[in-house]
Structure formats: structure tokens, C-alpha cells
Design a protein around this ligand. Sequence first.
Ligand SMILES: [Zn+2]
Ligand SMILES: [Zn+2]
Length: 315
Amino acid sequence: MGTVVLSIDAELAWGFHDLPNPPDRRIEAARPSWERLLATLEKFSIPATWAIVGHLFLPECDGFHRTHPASPDWFARDPGGKAENHDSWFGPDLVREIQSAETPHEIGCHSFSHVEFGKRETTREIAVAEVEASIKAAASMGVPLHSFVFPRNNVGYRSVLSSYGFTCYRGTRPSWWFDSLPTPRAGKLLDATVVRSAPPLVSPTADEYGLVDLPASLDLFGFEGIARSFVEPAFGDPIVRQAKAGIERAVTEDGVFHLWLHPNNLLDEPDFRRLNRVLSYLAARRKRTSLSVETMRTASERAIDESPIRERTPP
Ligand SMILES: [Zn+2]
Ligand SMILES: [Zn+2]
């Protein structure tokens, strides 16, 4: 029997601040969609790991962050000022909504200012600054951080995470059959329409720093644009089918089915419909089987507790 984990990359405007043309619509949707996503999770009592950009915990800032090694250029779009006046750049109110939800969510980390840890330009000093600033900002709201989601899934400086007490991160999705094709996008389309394979379950594994890698299985919005508008009317929503297939795998097999999304992926009613269909299916299967739904933290801790290596270690 397996487990389903849902992780959320929660970033508001920080997810796009380094792009030459940030997508206004996604940034505008990010806050209302965050609240609607939280309400939908509440409706089905599904706990998630909210990996939140550290800057969103702040009540205010100077807009420069001069002690940060990437300052001042990296913070050029940071408006500074008070949280209530810049609600795309701050979110302590949104953090409080998660904290006061009835469903026990985990609050994790998505770096402080959406730095890609695996990028060549990212120095160790920057990674340390991102981690330290995140821990400090989260602690100011009483939030201890355990799980990390790398911005743009660009994995790097895992040793820094480990030395600052993180225990778990979301690694990259294992390869699917179409990834090795010369044209993976065509293969993905073929899978959505004809092959209709089930996405992979993953196994949490401890890395050389003692961090647990809990890889992604399925991006709930990894099939968008023209491909989605072509496939969905004729074949149904391919992501709903894949999510259901992954959930069924987790009902019958050991392993973790790890779904993820951004609140800013939820733009239009068909997006919320997809979310509702996946979460209602998950809630129904959890009720009728012994399938569990866990946060990244609890799933990774359990995996380590149950590992044969740990069992052999004397108390
Ligand atoms: Zn700031
Ligand atoms: Zn992100």
C-alpha cells in the first residue's frame, strides 16, 4: 500500500521576478488561487506541503536586502515597504491561513527569493544566504522548516540544506518512457492519447548528506497550451486520467505518488475543475482503501524509520 503526497510551489510574484517579461495573469491569479486551493484542500481534508518563498513570511522589507550576496540587482523588482501594500511580494496573511486551517498542512521552503540552487551563477554564499533568510523569516511566524522544494526543480547545494537542518527535498521526476525519445514532446502527446501509461511511483531515499529525496511523480499542470486544447476535447483531460492512474498504483503498490503544482497554475475554471476531480477521487479512494495521504515531511520520516538500515542501528 502506498502513499500520495501533494506539494505546492507557493511564490506569488517571486516565481517570475528574474524573467524579462513576467506573466501578469499568473501573478494576478496567484493570490486568489492560493486561497481557493487551500479551501479545496480543506473541503476534502487533504494535507499538503506548501513550499513557500521565504520573503512571503516578512511583514515588511527595505526592498534592497543589502546583506544578501545577490543584492542589489537580484532584488530590483522587490518594491519594499509593508506587506499590506504589496500583496504579490508578501504573504504573511496567506501563511496564517494555512496555519489556521483544520487540515494539518506542512509549511516548507521554496528558497528565500526564488534562486535556482543548481544554476552555475549561484554561489554557495548565495545558497547559504537564501537558506538562513528563509529560516529566520519562517521562525518569525513560528514555522520550523523541514522540507525544501528547489525553484524550477533545479537541485543544488544539498549539503547546505542538510547543515541547516532540512530533512527532505523534492527531487526530479524519474524518467518516463517518452523522455528518451528524440522528440519527447511528441511522445508525451502520444502517451496522453494512445499509450495512456500510468505515471511513476517514487521511493524516498536518503542521499549522501542524510537528506531524503522524495522525487516528483506528476506535475498537475505539465500538459498545457496547444497540446492540452487539442487533446482534452477529444480524449478527456489527460492529467486527470494520469493522476487517477497514479492514485490507483499507490492503492495497490508500495511507493509514493507525488503530485505537485503552483497556485498560479490555477487560472480558469477548467483548471479548478481538474483540481477538484483529482482531489475528490483521491479523497474517495483514501476512504475506501488503506491508501494514505501525507506531507513530504511525514512521508520522508516514515520512510527513514522503516528503512532496513535504521532498523539495524541500535537505539
Ligand atoms: Zn524585500
Ligand atoms: Zn517556484
